[in-house]
Design a protein around this ligand. Structure first.
Ligand code: G3P
Length: 478
């Protein structure tokens, strides 16, 4: 009943001295599929010590050599795409094809990061003093980027591999060491991915992967004095982490309620296609999923009809069969989604499809005529249920978007580019997509949320910069 995986520390695979294992439930079968080590606080301390030591010599390793190792890891990752994708299917019920895409995208991210790193870390600035009032040209200032130290990476379940490497690769190229705490669902995929870095031949202790219960080692890790930077993607836990963490740089992406504003002149077929892709891919379990449609009343009937036709074509079933809609990650998640659906029903939303659930599998559901008093108008289902709110003015749409406590991305559909830009500027979100569904990628684009959606900006270049500090040397002339 489940295979036990070891954790990774000091370049070796180890069993925890706790003697305890954490079960990973397959969302499709709802049975234990894997087990990982429940690491102890003592083991975390050990990992932090070795990470600190390994970082010192890594920072002195030439940048081109660091890049070379990352390129090697990227190609090993791509060679190992099959077993990693297999565990994504079993742990998080990601459709098989998408699981392979996640691994390939991750390999590309690692290579791009190595290339970008050698460029941006390979140059600094030179300043002279006489541009500031009162100064002669007697001081030359040189800047360079230096690593922060030990970076703690905490990715979420929905992209355990991609959102782990989007933290690991920038940290390593910049000369940091890395401690990874994977999500429980997704831990085995992370361990497989870390194995690829192991095979690439990174120095011992530079990368570690500690598994275990958040309740036992979560706070201990995030509040650990040995941590010099935290990069976290996930839910509300991020807010708690930001309150407890020390005086260290934080990078956080904590979810969204991405609005899709549809104007009268929009190409409704394009909108419908994007609502399906944006709202229902990976069963809506993406921070950047379309989470509320705000459509002008005059085109709402036509749009809802087009979306419903496409919803009817979505396949529902196990991830192994590449179904469009697969079981959501856990029973508690399915129960939460159901709670939002029941609330919307009681308050009079129009059900475009019948609500259907079997275990963790929830059939795709479009809810029309949703009103602001319904929970689903504001809360993030992280499931295949999408609310439609009919609006009578663009201002009403912008107002709803901005009244959210989230501000990750948003999108606007119109053929009038001037209107699109003005609406985009008025939307309080980190990114606005014009005529397409929200998305994080391509992975070198800046990615950031405002309000409760996060701190800092991700994307390859921003992450590399965020994981460094500026060091200046001033040459004083006589
Ligand atoms: O939910 C995580 C977020 O980073 C989404 O990424 O690529 O699906 O837009 P993506």
């Amino acid at each position: 009943d489940g295979e036990a995986y070891k954790y990774y520390a000091d370049g070796e695979w180890k069993k925890s001295s706790s003697g305890k294992l954490v079960p990973i439930i397959n969302p499709t079968t709802r049975k234990v599929h894997y087990k990982v080590q429940a690491c102890t606080q003592e083991e975390v301390n050990k990992v932090m010590e070795t990470a600190k030591i390994a970082q010192k010599s890594w920072a002195k390793t030439p940048l081109w050599k660091r890049a070379e190792l990352l390129h090697k890891a990227a190609s090993i990752l791509k060679e190992h795409k099959a077993p990693i994708a297999e565990s994504l299917v079993k742990e998080i019920a990601k459709p098989a094809k998408d699981a392979v895409t996640e691994v390939v995208r991750s390999g590309d991210l690692v290579s791009y990061c190595a290339e970008e790193g050698v460029r941006i870390l390979g140059e600094g600035k030179f300043l002279v003093s006489d541009s500031f009032p009162g100064n002669d040209r007697t001081k030359y200032c040189l800047t360079s980027k230096i690593p922060l130290g030990v970076v703690l990476a905490i990715p979420p379940f929905n992209y355990p591999v991609n959102l782990a490497v989007s933290k690991i690769a920038p940290a390593l190229i910049a000369g940091n060491s890395l401690v990874l705490k994977p999500p429980t669902q997704g831990a085995v995929s992370c361990l497989h991915m870390v194995h690829c870095f192991h095979l690439a031949g990174f120095p011992k202790g530079l990368i570690s992967c500690v598994t275990g219960k958040g309740s036992e080692i979560g706070d201990f890790l995030t509040m650990h004095p040995g941590v010099n930077c935290i990069s976290f993607t996930g839910g509300d836990t991020g807010i708690a982490i930001s309150k407890k963490a020390g005086m260290i740089p934080l990078q956080m992406e904590l979810g969204g309620k991405d609005a899709c504003i549809v104007l009268e002149d929009a190409d409704l077929d394009l909108v419908a296609a994007n609502i399906i892709k944006g709202g229902f891919s990976y069963s809506g379990q993406r921070c950047t999923a379309v989470k509320v449609v705000l459509v002008m009343e005059s085109v709402a009937d036509a749009l809802v009809e087009k979306v419903n036709k496409r919803v009817a074509k979505l396949t529902v079933g196990p991830p192994e069969e590449n179904s469009d809609i697969t079981p959501v990650v856990s029973e508690s998640s399915a129960n939460f989604i159901e709670g939002l659906v029941v609330d919307a029903k009681q308050k009079g939303a129009t059900f475009c499809q019948e609500y259907k659930r079997d275990g963790n599998l929830i059939w795709p559901l479009l809810l029309d005529n949703v009103r602001p008093d319904m929970r689903i108008a504001w809360e993030e289902p992280f499931g295949p249920v999408l609310p439609v709110i009919r609006i009578t003015s663009v201002e009403e749409g912008i107002h709803h978007c901005n009244a959210s406590n989230f501000g990750l991305q948003g999108c606007v559909f119109t053929k009038d580019i001037n209107k699109a830009i003005l609406i985009g500027d008025a939307m309080e979100t980190g990114t606005v997509q014009i005529n397409s569904a929200p998305a994080r990628g391509p992975d070198h684009f800046p990615f950031q949320g405002i309000k409760d959606s996060g701190i800092g900006s991700q994307g390859i270049t921003n992450s590399i910069n965020m994981m460094t500090k500026i060091k200046t040397t001033v040459i004083n002339l006589p």
